[in-house]
Design a protein around this ligand. Structure first.
Ligand code: TRH
Length: 383
């Protein structure tokens, strides 16, 4: 029998939850689905604990979900490198570890996991090698993406089955556990995970004026001060609520990754941000609106438009315009229509957008998952 392959994943949390969110999802997927011996090195266990409360922030080493989670300290203690080394988002491996890698024979397969983008250049760059300037090591760039020539999207093999089971049986209990009523027949239930956004008050205004009830569920985080300002209250915490017109707001506690998935599966529309929540909202097979991580000179607008191009391909013109308008307005792009017109257009095409979200999720399933593709890539290099 072949010995278990060893993998090291390095994650440097800079800000937000995306880097550790992705590294953790990848680590547990590799261990669970491929039986690999995975170590996950993380510099900030407190942020990790927010998305996975079982993590102890003070433990140098702990095993969680079959993954050896290790605190990444500087200076880095001598460590025997794994056979496959994943550097998440160019986080720069510790120098002593890099030296130890160069002394291995054969050297480990070294992969830089890149950020996700739907831009067309991704497929050309996926898998390219880059020799180290000094050491006898080669780093490979692995690009997630939406097309077969890329590294695919991060997902567990059983995500669709778990979602279907939850949608059939799990929703009433889920709402009860969150302390919420089951939605009324004509209600729109929305989740909102976002960065500070000048478009937010306008969105809340149109929801308040909607002819049907709108319930907005907001996990604690960066938009809370804006929500409080809109409600004209001094602050908001998990458990707090607010109402204006048709809009009922609920602030939820920040939940673990698996619970957050359920929230996405249960809502009619999900506002998501960054990378991982955007991908999860697509696997949720529900309509979504994506806020890209804001970059200097609005470089993120290209990313939003690239995903929109993929996402709306094949949709009729009116439905595509409705999706484009709401996403672009939410990302602050200079478009002709204001929020009331964008929302009205989205509402008028809601049924078609819902059908599309299901079909889109099915299409994503055909690209192959990042976990499988990463393992295949590494195994080919190890041969
Ligand atoms: O937190 P983010 O804004 O992370 C971002 C992006 O990854 C971006 O690409 C990167 O450049 C920047 O950080 C530095 O958004 P993202 O990627 O959606 O990650 C959020 C994670 O938090 C995701 O794994 C889901 C998880 N989450 C929970 O576990 N519980 C919750 O209640 C919520 C709202 C999110």
């Amino acid at each position: 029998m072949r010995a278990m392959r060893t993998w090291d994943i390095f994650c440097n949390v800079v800000d937000n939850y995306g880097d550790i969110g992705i590294a953790w999802r990848l680590a547990r997927g590799l261990a669970r689905e491929h039986g690999l011996a995975v170590r996950l090195w993380v510099n900030d266990l407190r942020t990790f604990q927010r998305i996975w409360p079982a993590i102890s922030p003070d433990a140098d080493q702990q095993v969680c979900e079959g993954v050896a989670v290790c605190a990444w300290h500087t200076p880095f203690a001598p460590t025997r490198p794994a056979q496959v080394v994943v550097e998440a988002f160019g986080c720069a491996l510790p120098e002593p570890y890099l030296l130890a890698m160069s002394e291995q024979s054969p050297p480990p397969v070294w992969i830089n996991l890149e950020y996700l983008s739907a831009e067309p250049w991704v497929a050309e760059h996926h898998g390219l090698p880059s020799p180290h300037p000094r050491l006898p090591l080669t780093k490979y760039f692995f690009f997630p993406g939406y097309t077969p020539g890329t590294g695919g999207l991060l997902a567990e093999a059983d995500v669709a089955g778990r979602r279907t089971a939850f949608v059939h049986d799990g929703m009433p209990a889920f709402w009860r556990e969150l302390g919420l009523d089951t939605p009324q027949a004509d209600e729109l239930r929305v989740s909102l995970f976002a960065y500070e956004n000048p478009a937010l008050p306008g969105l809340l205004d149109v929801w308040a004026a909607d002819p049907h009830p709108v319930t907005c569920l907001v996990p604690e985080g960066r938009v809370i001060p804006q929500l409080a300002a809109w409600l004209a209250v001094p602050g908001l915490r998990a458990g707090d609520t607010g109402r204006r017109g048709a809009l009922q707001l609920h602030v939820l506690p920040f939940m673990n990754q698996d619970w957050y998935d359920r929230l996405l599966w249960a809502c009619d529309l999900n506002f998501v941000r960054g990378e991982d929540s955007c991908v999860r909202a697509q696997w949720a097979a529900r309509p979504l609106v994506w806020q890209a991580y804001p970059q200097a000179d609005n470089a993120h607008w290209d990313k939003v438009n690239a995903l929109l191009t993929h996402y709306t391909a094949g949709l009729d013109r009116t439905t595509a315009d409705a999706v484009n308008g709401l996403w672009q307005r939410w990302n602050g792009m200079p478009i002709a229509h204001g929020m009331p017109a964008c929302w009205a257009a989205w509402r008028s095409r809601q049924a078609a957008i819902e059908r599309h979200a299901q079909a889109w999720c099915g299409r994503l399933g055909l690209v192959g998952t990042l976990i499988d593709k990463l393992v295949e890539f590494a195994e080919n290099k190890l041969k």
